[in-house]
Structure formats: C-alpha cells, structure tokens
Design a binder for this molecule. Sequence first.
Ligand SMILES: *Cc1c(COP(=O)(O)O)cnc(C)c1O
Length: 436
Amino acid sequence: MVTPSRFDLTQADIPSAWYNLNADFPEPLPPPLHPGTMQPCPPEMLEAIFPSNLIAQEVCADPYVEIPEPVRQIYALWRPTPLLRAIRLEKALNTPAHIYYKYEGASPAGSHKVNTSVPQAYFNKLAGTKRLASETGAGQWGSSLAFACSQFDLECCVYMVRVSYDQKPYRRMLMHTWGAEVHASPSPLTEYGRKLLEADPDCPGSLGIAISEAVEDTVKTPGTKYSLGSVLNHVCLHQTVIGEETIKQMEIAGEEPDVIFGCCGGGSNFAGLVFPFLRGKIKDGKKYRVVGVEPSACPSLTKGELRYDFGDTAQTTPLMMMHTLGHDFMPPSIHAGGLRYHGMSPMVSHALKLGLIDAEAYPQTQVFDAAVLFARKEGIVPAPESSHAIAAVVNEAIRCREAGEEKVLLFNLSGHGLLDLASYEKYLQGGITDLG
Ligand SMILES: *Cc1c(COP(=O)(O)O)cnc(C)c1O
C-alpha cells in the first residue's frame, strides 16, 4: 500500500475567484500617499503607470474578484498545482510532525509568479495597452511576464539588474525565447540610468534602480504600462489561487495545518498561500500559526521599521505603509535574488502589525543546508528563495521531535531551483557564507 503523499485536484477545481483579504482585515489598510501632498494618492497618479481595471483591483473592497475565463484557461496549463506530503523528509528528520508542501514550481516559468503575470497581461490587453515595461532581479519575474505577454501578443520590455544580467544568463535567454526585450540596468535608455552610468560605468544595479527605470520608460513611451511582480495588493490578490487550492487539498488529505510557512521577498507567494487561511483565522476562529520567512541579510519584517516609504530608489512611486529597511538600502548579494527587496507588501506588513502572522529570519548557510536535505529526500531542487521556508520548517520539525508534538506543517514551495544550480555548486564546494 502506498501511503498517500500527493493530493490532486482536477481542472474543474481551478478557483473561479481570487480572495481579497482587505475585505476582512479587522482594521483597514493604510492607503498609499502622494509624496508631495502626503494625502491619499489620487487615482490619476496610478493611471500614469497602471490600467484602470488593475487599479480597481488594487483598491477593491469586495472579498472576491472573479477570475476571467481566458485567465483560467491559461492557468489550466499548470494549475491546479500539486500538494505533496514530504514523507521522506519527515523520516530523515525523525520527526512526528507531518510536512506538506504546495508546489508552484510546476508552472512554465518555474515559480508562482505567472499566477499574476497572466492576469496582469490580460487586463492590460483589455485596456488597450500595447507594451509592458518592468524590472527583474535574477529574472524570475521578467521571464514570468515575458511568458504572459507572449500569450496576449503584448510587447515586453524588461530592465534586468546588471549583476544578474551578466552572471545569470539562463533566465535572460528564457525571456528572449518568449519574445521579450531585455536591458541591463542601469541602462543608457533612461535619464535615470544615464545619470547613474555617468557617475559609475560599472554600477552593478539593484532592484530599486531597475524599478525606477521601468517606471520612467512607462511614463515616456506611448502605449506602455508598468507591471510589478510582487508587493502590491492586486498581486497578492492574484496569488490567492495557491491558498484556495491548498485548502481543498488539505481536506482531501484529511488534515488541518497547525503552522503555515512561506518565504518573503515582496510577500506575494506567502500572501498567496496564507491569505485564504487568514480568512479562516479572522472569520472562523481557526488557530493557525502563520510564519513569513526572510533572509537575515535582508530582514524587512523582523528588523525593518513599519512606516511610509518609497517602493523604488529614485523615489518616483507613491509612499506605501510597509515594513522597510529604507528605499536606498542595498541588500548584500545573497543567492536568493528574489528576496533582495528593501520593503514588504503593505498587506503582509499590516497582517504582521495586527498579530495575524509571525516572522522569522534565516542566514543563507542554514537555508542551503535545508535545501540540499530537501532535494536529496524529496527529489525536487528548490529555489533558494523557497528554501527559506524549508529552513523554517526543518527547524520546527526538529522542535516537534524534541517536544514530542505531532504537528501538521505546511509550506509553499514557490519555485524550483534548476536555473540556480551554480549556487548549489558553490554551496557544495564550501563557497557559501553568511552575509548578514
Ligand atoms: C520572486 C520569488 C520569490 C519572492 O517573491 P515574493 O513576492 O515574496 O513571493 C519567492 N520565491 C520564488 C521562487 C521567486 O521566484
């Protein structure tokens, strides 16, 4: 007899609506502010860079937003994603805990990010947008957006942080394959980029700089809108398909999670898994412990301040109330490129403030220890970002062993690490150190 370890849904179970936690927060989320007036941001300011249908989702007060059929049809290429039980990892840790994970690496781009790039491209197409501009760090978001644009015949222009452009060629090639235009950032294409290159021709770039360039490009190029892969409310909204599916799959498994984990960069994969569970916590008195896991080298939730800050380095975005290390914070070059952002989703920040979630930080050596253990026991090579959640789960599973507690642990395996093998090689050769 095979012990059940995989809990599958059918395509009929692809959610028909996204869940909006903003409808259920016990206290309303503080609005974004205009940096000049310090008053709530007028919609016109957002309309310069986003189409009005996505702005409506950004400020939406309804608990559910219907997923359009053309979007569900593309989701059907990889959704519903699997929920698995990590039986061999449990054995290796000799823990009485049950460990479940939702696997988002099964998508075309290899991570959860296509859950939002596809609807963003769809709603832009509906609004008449011809071209999308965005930024990418290691390339996960850029490749997800390139895929989505190829589905809807939109042009795609990606500003990629220079160090990654030079050192991580494969996601750049993936973007080209899906038809996108890719520029190393800072680039000579924007005024901001030219200014930085004049001061330092070898400027390695950062996510904050790339965002500034993509926003400048958007404002100056007719027919272009901007697209962001994390942080914003409508991005968290789109990602809730992850949690909605997981709730059904845990029912099939016949268990309820005690502790739920997700890694946090801008907060979107974490939000996607946990927001539907937080609905149960707020409305049905569920007692889940929910933990956001971040790198100790970029610890916005555990060490950042909760205050209004800019989303980018050039201070062009509205101010958002969020946990932040400061918009000019330069995170060290950890291998989890997707977690190197100075801020955190305002919704995730608000959930922490209201005591609905906890946060933990782990150094990258411990993260790679957990990642390699997971790969050897469960087979899937996890993305370095996702491996932060694994490190926290391993920690909790060991605590359960010592306390003799048979807890049910659940985490989001947000992506695979098959394009991060150079980092694994470095770890195996002893070349990974802690940078904070
Ligand atoms: C981008 C990325 C993250 C971090 O972004 P969030 O918005 O915090 O989810 C995490 N995991 C993977 C695999 C990513 O590509």
